[in-house]
Design a binder for this molecule. Structure first.
Ligand code: SF4
Length: 350
C-alpha cells in the first residue's frame, strides 16, 4: 500500500511500514497499537519485500518516494532493530528508487544521539506524536511525558534541520477546544511543515474503552468532533502548515467491527470539516456586506475542484445560506485561488 501525501513538482509518495508497539513501555489510554497498526506481529524479514511490492506500483522517476516507519515509536524500539530497518531503507535510497525516510515517534524518545543516527540514515522528516500541549490532558491520557519534553524535542528536531510534522488529537480526556487550539498554535510556532489531526476514536482493548464504560470519558459525537477539528484546522491554514491528514486512515484497516468501540470515526471527517470551514468563510464574507440579499443571486468563487465541499454534505451549506439570507439562487465559479479561499458577489437578479 502506498500513500500519496502531496503534489509539488513531483508526487510525494510514502511507503508506510507499520511497527506495532515495539519497545513502547507506555500505555496511553487511547492506544491499542496492535489495533492501530492493523497487525499482530512484526517481522523484519518481510520489510524488504513489502517495500519492493509498493515500489512496483510507483512511477519512481516522477515521484518523490519516502519510506515511512509509522505505527509505534520508531526511535524507542530496540536500537539494533531501528538501525537494521534504516539500513534496509537506505539500500533503496542507494539504488535511486527511494529519496528519503520519515518516521513517527514520541517527544521523550528524541535526543541528540538519536537525531544523529536518523540524519546518518537519510531521515528527513520526523512526525512527533504531540497529541496535546496541556499537561493536564497529557496526564489524563497517561502519555507519560510533559509538554516541556515536547517543546525540547521540537526544538532539537527543527534545529537539527529535520522537517517536523506535529500529530495532535481532538477530544482527549479532559481536553477543551481551547487546549486544542493552543496545541495547534504551538505546532505552528515550533516551525512544523505539516500536521495530522486525529479526533479521538475509542478502540476495543484500550483503556479509554474502560473509561467509557465507567463513565470517566465520553467520546465526542461526529458533530462535536467536526466543530472542534475545523477550528484546529483553521489555525494550521492561517499559518500555512500543510494538513496532511484528518482522522484515521480508512484504507489502513484501522477501524473495523473488531477494533472500533466508540467515537467520531467518520470516513469523510476531513470533508465534513472542510465543508464547515467554507461555510464559516461564506457567512463571514456575507455578514461583512451591508446589502439586502432578498431574492438576489449569490455568486461564490471557489478554488478549482472544491464546489462539492463548499456546498457541504448533502448540500447543507447551500440550504442554510439560502434560508439565513433569503437568497434565491447560489451560483459557483471555479477560479485559480488557494484552497480554503472564497470570494462572494451579490448579483442583482434572481
Ligand atoms: S506511546 Fe504510542 S505506541 Fe506507546 S502506548 Fe502511547 S500511543 Fe501507543
Amino acid at each position: 500500500m502506498v500513500f500519496t501525501v502531496k503534489t509539488s513538482t513531483k508526487k510525494h509518495i510514502n511507503i508506510p511500514i507499520f511497527i506495532p508497539h515495539l519497545g513502547c513501555p507506555n500505555m496511553c489510554v487511547f492506544c491499542n497499537q496492535r489495533t492501530i497498526s492493523g497487525r499482530q506481529e512484526f517481522d523484519i524479514s518481510t520489510v524488504e519485500k513489502e517495500i519492493e511490492t509498493a515500489l512496483a506500483t510507483i512511477d519512481t522517476e516522477h515521484s518523490y518516494v519516502e519510506i515511512a516507519f509509522f505505527g509505534g515509536s520508531f526511535t524507542g524500539i530496540d536500537r539494533s532493530l531501528m538501525v537494521d530497518l534504516l539500513k534496509i531503507a537506505n539500500r533503496f535510497i542507494n539504488d535511486g528508487r527511494v529519496h528519503s525516510v520519515r518516521c513517527s515517534t514520541r517527544p521523550d524518545y528524541i535526543d541528540e544521539e538519536i537525531l544523529s543516527i536518523l540524519e546518518k540514515y537519510c531521515v528527513k522528516t520526523i512526525e512527533l506524536g504531540i497529541q496535546s500541549t496541556s499537561d493536564g490532558v497529557l496526564l489524563a491520557s497517561k502519555r507519560g511525558h510533559t509538554s516541556l519534553d515536547t517543546e525540547k524535542a521540537c526544538r532539537m528536531i527543527v534545529d537539527s534541520g529535520f522537517n517536523l510534522v506535529g500529530q495532535m488529537m481532538v477530544g482527549l480526556p479532559s481536553a477543551t477546544l481551547d487546549d486544542e487550539l493552543k496545541t495547534a498554535e504551538f505546532i505552528c510556532k515550533m516551525g512544523a511543515t505539516g500536521a495530522r489531526v486525529y479526533p479521538t476514536v475509542v478502540f476495543n482493548d484500550s483503556e479509554l474503552k474502560y473509561m467509557c464504560e465507567n463513565r470517566a470519558y465520553s467520546p465526542l459525537t461526529v458533530e462535536e468532533a467536526v466543530d472542534r477539528t475545523k477550528e484546529v484546522m483553521k489555525v494550521f491554514i492561517l499559518h500555512g502548515v500543510d494538513i496532511i491528514r484528518v482522522g484515521l486512515c480508512s484504507s489502513d484497516n484501522l477501524v473495523s467491527d473488531d477494533t472500533y468501540y466508540a467515537g467520531p470515526n467518520h470516513v469523510a471527517i476531513r470533508e465534513l470539516c472542510e465543508g464547515e470551514i467554507y461555510f464559516d468563510s461564506i457567512i463571514s464574507a456575507l455578514d461583512n456586506k451591508n446589502v439586502d440579499f432578498n431574492k438576489k443571486t449569490l455568486l461564490i468563487r471557489v478554488p478549482r475542484g472544491e464546489v462539492s465541499k463548499v456546498c457541504g454534505h448533502n448540500k447543507r451549506n447551500k440550504t442554510k445560506i439560502k434560508e439565513k439570507y433569503g437568497i434565491s439562487r447560489i451560483a459557483f465559479e471555479e477560479c485559480d485561488m488557494p484552497k480554503y479561499h472564497i470570494s462572494v458577489d451579490i448579483l442583482d437578479k434572481e
